[in-house]
Design a protein around this ligand. Structure first.
Ligand code: MF3
Ligand code: CO
Ligand code: CO
Length: 262
């Protein structure tokens, strides 16, 4: 495993890409309401990225080994969908929860961030799942500093999720990011303190825990992308792109509408 260390020029460009990704979420927020379809959310985001921001939607036609090309510009994962939900005819209704995951490319660099949205007033359990997942992401972020380990991040995320009766998805993880969408290291959302890679200033990776209300097991839908909970329980996810600084961390995916830290 080779983890690429970003220099100041890389970091400047990643700040720009990260902010732009977050601004797509700011833009789409007012549209995430009952009666809109997920393909309409995709269309609006696509137009905003391509025409207003002049960014490239990284998911569109993204083809990792063993996959068919991803057909849309954003990921929309509703209720029991864990991640990589493909926007389509599904109409959002009161009580739904949805993760919208945005990755843009600007000047050759990626910014990757996602948020949860509630449609109308979801159940107490759904709101609690979104909140605990948000807190888990932030507890993980706060572990980021030189000398700490990836296992420290995974441990606090897993601990907070499981203490609240939820489970951590194992098959998908955070990832290094830069000129490449998904690069080393893999950032697991479970683990043990002091284990795994030691963090160094200049590393950039995402933290993006997927937390299920029920069991951790997953199922892949026949579309080859959409990942759902095997027991059909709700799932939530939040994501930021993080830089390891000399003393701590910097969240690279910040914008005016970013929810405040936990
Ligand atoms: N944005 C996702 C992540 O956080 C990856 C989406 S890949 C896609 O890593 F092809 F599904 F869009
Ligand atoms: Co990511
Ligand atoms: Co993402």
């Amino acid at each position: 495993m080779t983890v690429n260390i970003k220099n100041i020029e890389d970091i400047k460009k990643m700040r720009v890409a990260g902010k732009l990704a977050s601004e797509v979420l700011d833009y789409i927020t007012d549209f995430v309401k009952p009666n809109i379809s997920t393909e309409e959310l995709d269309r609006l985001c696509h137009e905003y990225m391509v025409n207003i921001q002049k960014t490239i939607p990284a998911p569109l036609n993204y083809t990792p080994p063993g996959h068919t090309p991803y057909p849309k510009s954003i990921c929309t994962s509703v209720n029991n969908q864990i991640c990589h939900g493909i926007p389509g005819e599904k109409i959002l209704k009161k009580g739904d929860i949805i993760n919208i995951d945005i990755t843009v490319i600007k000047n050759g660099y990626h910014g990757d961030t996602s948020r949860m949205f509630c449609i109308g007033e979801p159940s107490i359990q759904a709101k609690r799942l979104c909140k605990i997942t948000y807190e888990s992401m932030w507890l993980g972020i706060k572990q980021v500093k030189p000398g700490n380990f990836l296992g420290d991040i995974g441990f606090v995320i897993q601990n907070h999720a499981e203490q609240n009766g939820f489970s951590v998805v194992r098959e998908f993880c955070g990832h290094g990011i830069g000129k490449v969408f998904h690069e080393d290291p893999q950032v697991l959302h479970y683990g043990k303190p002091g284990q795994g890679l030691k963090l160094e200033a200049g590393m950039v990776f995402t933290i993006e825990p997927m937390i299920n209300a029920g069991k951790k097991d997953i199922k892949m839908l026949p579309d080859g992308w959409t990942v759902v909970t095997k027991d059909r329980s709700l799932s939530a996810q939040w994501e930021h792109t993080i830089l390891v600084t000399e003393n701590s961390y910097e969240v690279m995916t910040l914008s005016a509408g970013t929810p405040s830290p936990f």
